[in-house]
Design a protein around this ligand. Structure first.
Ligand SMILES: Nc1ncnc2c1ncn2[C@@H]1O[C@H](COP(=O)(O)OP(=O)(O)OP(=O)(O)O)[C@@H](O)[C@H]1O
Ligand SMILES: [Mg+2]
Length: 1051
């Protein structure tokens, strides 16, 4: 900002806080307009960035521009997305604090573009390495895929995101991105089956048809023409000039490969996409009984193949409804409307769940190394249409929550800054929208609770009964109104099926039609069953069997949304936020058109005036003393050209010299706060004038210096007569005699020399005198150092304190293990002790704060491993630096039959092991699976032995470096075949996890020499352990199993 303060008259102000008339909406909009006209689309409100969509390519996103913003102070450069991005990144690195950037604004305002540009900025400016490049690629490439599946052409935006997105970018200690993580919110699923006039379905459908190779389309049973598909023709605009589906398809297809989709996974994914189109073409007719029958057999054939389900089962499921009442299954046929409803519900469920699957799949980056996180939130802005339904209700509720967070955090950070600067906080009047959030989300009394209650209520609950219930429960709420509750005048503007909420940003009228259906988001049980049996791996993962057995009713859409929002708020609250508020300049998507009415509407809906008011409630401008002094020091003789004292004192002198009145500014601990922009502008003007006079002075000084240098050179070279004549021609005018002239010059030179020498010596003497006094004061202080504070030791004690604290500042311990601490002088020993404690607490606190749940779990497991094995088993030290992995076998590596047999038992850990037969000691490859209640030995599709932890009597291992271990099993359990002898390449990890899960930490026996184990029916086997040069496991002549373990030098 400083750089452009001078340009304020030409292009308005770069920061709205500098608007003199900050309460005037007109002045605010005029400033935006002025800047927009000059292609200056970014303006700050303090640290919040306001962005106006230019609807044209601007030359401000080049690599050179990125470099301009890299590592540069926020206020030194003109407002830009990159400044926000860089500022967050630097806070993340220097303060090690998690950050988030919240991007909001209405549809088409440029949120997604802003997100992409920020990601590009990080991709270009963050440190790189081979692995990091892959992560960067994946982060960038996740966009085309998410956009293909989650974006669509709407009336407002040709590439409108129909879901909310929160993306975490994880950075390692070097500041390089090492991972990412995406959360999605409320995809607009209704678009899959219906689009308004002039709108399209999700891009992916058109991309497959337009870009897919012939061979692919044949496999998917698709035709190129979108008009053939009912789900694609509702909006009557399958083709749009601004969208090149073929090109987008290529980009999306390449992106899928970059983010790690194999060819077969792509095929599975596209099969799901195609199945939605085929579902849309499934038609019904009624038989004599009025029951629906499928008339489009061909579609069923395609669907059966693409979804990998039985065609007949799917056909039945589409025309029948299954319910379970009192444990009995009842199947009833559907009529025409119900069948069409079931078909559409299935299409929405398939697409919606696949979208979530896709988002989760993209999130699988290696993330454990990350230390700090930067989140980007690109979420739908406030929406007000002619007709507003359930979706707008959810979206606007989301915006209420974000506004609440925004106000809270902005106020909080203002207040915190005032407190930390020791300036009295002046309360700010603002509208707290908590009352509206409560109206929507409060338990029992809130709109969502009432909606859920109606959805769950037996009997004939309808949208109208829901509205009646609302009227009954919240009728007195000042932000709620219906036709019945309104007065005569307002009643005209409300339909009988509508309710109106007075949001923080304005009134929105919602039609209740469809609320119950959308909230229930119901999918008939037999359709769910059919999908659970699908052999398409994606569908199979999306429809979990537990849904069928789970007695609990699934959460309603609104409650799910409410819960996910509340989690999002927690995530955002734990981070330091930055804000980007996007606006669109016109509805026609045109460049250089600034529609004032539309802008005013958005300024209001984004709460920008409120934001400015909060920011300006106290002071318009604040800066660190060092920065302020550096800029304005030339305005005060005491601080110019250099100021050696404390910056605070320098600024105090400076503002006194400038004549600031007390009410115009406040001095904080590290910053000066200036209340009015006009004070700052006056100072800026003074600086401009000063610059001119400084320039003249500098010129004169330079000329003088230059002449003197020339003169000295001439003097040293013996005053050649001709040059003397030249130089002194002006001085010696009239002195025709050259000797007379020479004498005059020499005399002058000697006089100047002696005068100058005198000056130098006087300066030296003053310096010496000052030094002597300082030393004397110092010595005296040293002599009196142990006395109570008195004038004799005051200087010394202050100096010692100052130098100790400065030394401490430079040499603070870097981490909790660093025990160094500078020796304090006696007068500071107590303070030093307290500071040390504080510093330690602080480091511990910030370390603990940074520990992620996964890392905590890792550490806990490592502690258990240490308790069991430290100093007892030879290969324990090698295991210490290796991280324990969640599981060594993915679900895909375990046979589905085994997974099915485990049913509801969640798999906690799985590892490949070698099992030694109890008698012949033959080695066989097996898998060891750990669940919450048992250890299970598996051979491919068969469960060979299940050891419930209650039957596990102990675990034995040797003290040597081998990987063998024995699970001892309760002998009286007839189902058990005896103890199990296993070998795991990760024996410490495997046993630690087993011991924790089975609660047998104290039952792990570490044996020297040999281990005995039960072979079954009272028989016993023995394993002998000896040290040797290399690992050998073999049956010895004495019938024992002999294990030779290599010697390690670690113990
Ligand atoms: N900084 C920019 N420079 C040039 N064009 C832009 C910029 N920001 C946005 N646009 C244009 O505006 C269009 C809409 O932007 P974008 O998709 O980011 O809106 P959005 O806020 O994400 O909307 P929605 O809520 O519908 O997803 C873009 O497709 C692009 O053409
Ligand atoms: Mg978007």
């Amino acid at each position: 900002m400083e750089s452009a303060l001078t340009a304020r008259d030409r292009v308005g102000v770069q920061d709205f806080v500098l608007l003199e008339n900050f309460t005037s909406e007109a002045a605010f909009i005029e400033n935006l307009r002025k800047r927009f006209k000059e292609n200056l689309i970014y303006t700050y409100i303090g640290s919040v960035l306001v962005s106006v969509n230019p609807y044209k390519e601007l030359e401000i996103y080049s690599k050179q521009n990125m470099e301009r913003y890299r590592g540069v102070s926020f206020y030194e450069v003109s407002p830009h997305l990159y400044a926000i991005a860089d500022n967050s990144y630097r806070s993340l690195r220097t303060e090690r604090k998690d950050q988030c950037i919240l991007i909001s604004g209405e549809s088409g305002a440029g949120k997604t573009e802003a997100t992409k540009k920020i990601l590009q900025y990080y991709a270009v400016t963050c440190p790189a390495s081979q692995q990091v490049e892959t992560v960067k690629d994946r982060l960038l490439q996740s966009n085309p895929v998410l956009e293909a599946f989650g974006n669509a052409k709407t009336l407002r935006n040709d590439n409108s995101s129909r879901f909310g997105k929160y993306m975490d970018v994880q950075f390692d200690y070097r500041g390089a991105p090492v991972g990412g993580h995406i959360l999605n919110y409320l995809l607009e699923k209704s678009r899959v089956v219906h689009q308004n006039h002039g709108e399209r379905n999700f891009h992916i459908f058109y991309q497959v048809l337009e870009g897919g190779e012939e061979d692919l389309l044949r496999r998917l049973g698709l035709e190129k023409n979108p008009q053939q598909y009912h789900y694609l023709v509702k909006g009557h605009c399958a083709r749009v000039s601004s969208i090149n589906d073929k090109n987008e398809w290529k980009i999306m297809r390449r992106a899928l490969s970059v983010i790690g989709f194999s060819d077969s996974e792509v095929e599975d994914l596209l099969s799901v996409v195609a199945s939605v189109l085929h579902l849309g073409n499934v038609q019904f007719a009624v038989d004599e009984q009025g029951n629906a029958q499928v008339t489009t057999e061909n579609q069923i054939k395609y669907l059966a193949r693409l979804l990998a389900v039985e065609g007949s089962v799917l056909r039945d499921a589409l025309t029948h409804k299954k319910i379970i009442a009192k444990g009995e299954e009842l199947v009833s046929p559907l009529n025409l409307d119900q069948a069409a409803y079931a078909r559409d519900a299935l299409a929405k469920a398939i697409y919606g769940r696949t979208f979530s699957w896709l988002v989760n799949k993209e999130e699988k980056f290696p993330a454990w190394r990350s230390t700090t996180v930067l989140g980007l939130l690109d979420i739908y802005g406030f929406e007000v249409f002619q007709h507003n339904s359930f979706e707008q209700f959810c979206i606007n509720y989301c915006n209420e929550k974000l506004q609440q967070l925004f106000i809270e955090l902005t106020l909080k950070s203002e207040q915190e800054e005032y407190e930390s600067e020791g300036i009295a906080w002046e309360p700010v009047q603002y509208f707290n929208n908590k009352i509206i959030c409560d109206l929507v989300e409060e338990k029992f009394k809130g709109i969502i609770s009432i909606l859920d209650e109606e959805c769950l209520r037996p009997g004939d609950a309808t949208d109208t009964t829901f509205l009646e219930k609302l009227e009954e429960t919240v009728k007195n709420h000042p932000h709620f109104l219906t036709h019945k509750l309104a007065d005569q005048k307002t009643r005209k503007s409300l339909g009988r099926e509508e309710f109106r909420l007075s949001h923080y940003a304005g009134d929105v009228t919602y039609s209740v039609a469809g609320f119950l259906d959308k909230n229930n988001d119901l999918l008939f049980r037999n359709l769910k069953e059919t999908m659970c049996n699908s052999e398409n791996p994606i569908i199979n993962q999306c429809f979990d069997r537990t849904e069928l057995t789970d007695k609990k009713r699934p959460e309603t859409a609104a409650t799910q949304f409410k819960n996910s929002l509340s989690k999002l708020m927690e995530i955002l609250m734990s981070k330091e936020p930055s804000y980007i508020r996007c606006m669109k300049p016109n509805d026609a998507k045109q460049a250089d058109r600034f529609d004032e009415v539309l802008i005013r509407h958005q300024v209001k809906y984004l709460g920008l005036m409120e934001n400015l008011r909060v920011r300006r409630a106290g002071f318009a401008y604040r800066r660190k003393y060092e920065v302020f002094l550096q800029r304005y020091k030339s305005l005060c003789p005491e601080t110019w050209p250099t100021w050696d004292g404390r910056p605070h004192d320098g600024v105090a002198l400076l503002v006194k010299h400038l004549g600031y009145k007390p009410e115009e500014y406040k001095m904080g601990r590290t910053k000066i706060f200036i209340r009015f922009p006009k004070t700052l502008f006056a100072t800026e003007d003074a600086l401009e004038v000063k610059k001119q006079s400084l320039a003249t002075k500098m010129q004169a000084t330079w000329r003088g210096f230059y002449r003197r240098k020339k003169f000295l050179t001439m003097k040293r070279s013996g005053f050649p007569e001709h040059s003397l004549v030249t130089v002194l021609s002006g001085v010696s005018t009239g002195m025709k005699d050259l000797t007379q002239c020479k004498i005059f010059v020499l005399f002058s030179a000697i006089t100047i020399q002696s005068w100058w020498r005198g000056t130098l010596e006087r300066r030296k003497a003053a310096k010496r005198k000052w030094a002597v006094e300082t030393i004397r004061r110092f010595i005296k202080g040293f002599i009196y150092r142990n006395h109570p504070r008195c004038p004799e030791n005051e200087y010394f004690l202050d100096y010692i304190r100052y130098s100790f604290l400065m030394n401490l500042k430079r040499n603070l311990p870097k981490n909790v293990l660093d025990k160094s601490w500078p020796n304090p002088p006696p007068s500071l020993s107590e303070a030093s002790q307290l500071l040390r404690q504080l510093c330690l607490q602080n480091m511990v606190w910030s370390y603990c704060k940074r520990i992620s749940p996964e890392w905590k779990q890792q550490l806990e497991q490592k502690v258990v491993a240490s308790e069991i094995f430290k100093g007892k088993k030879d290969n324990y030290p090698q295991s210490v630096p290796r991280l324990f992995i969640n599981t060594r076998l993915g679900k895909e590596e375990i046979h589905t039959k085994v997974l099915q047999a485990l049913e509801n038992e969640a798999l906690k850990y799985a590892v490949p092991v070698v099992k030694y037969d109890r008698r012949g000691y033959k080695a066989r490859a097996r898998q060891l699976l750990l669940t919450q209640s048992a250890a299970i030995v598996v051979e491919e599709s068969r469960i060979k032995q299940r050891i419930d932890y209650t039957n596990l009597t102990g675990i034995s291992v040797s003290s040597l470096s081998d990987n063998l271990f024995v699970l001892h099993v309760h002998c009286e359990d007839n189902k058990q075949k005896g103890d199990v002898v296993l070998q795991s390449d990760h024996v410490i990890e495997t046993l630690t996890k087993t011991a924790i899960l089975a609660d047998k930490i104290n039952n792990v026996n570490i044996n020297q020499g040999s281990i005995k184990f039960a072979v079954g029916q009272g028989k016993e086997g023995i394993i002998d352990f000896i040290s040797g040069s290399e690992l050998l496991v073999a049956k010895a002549k004495n019938g024992h199993l002999t294990v030779v373990a290599p010697r390690l030098n670690s113990r």
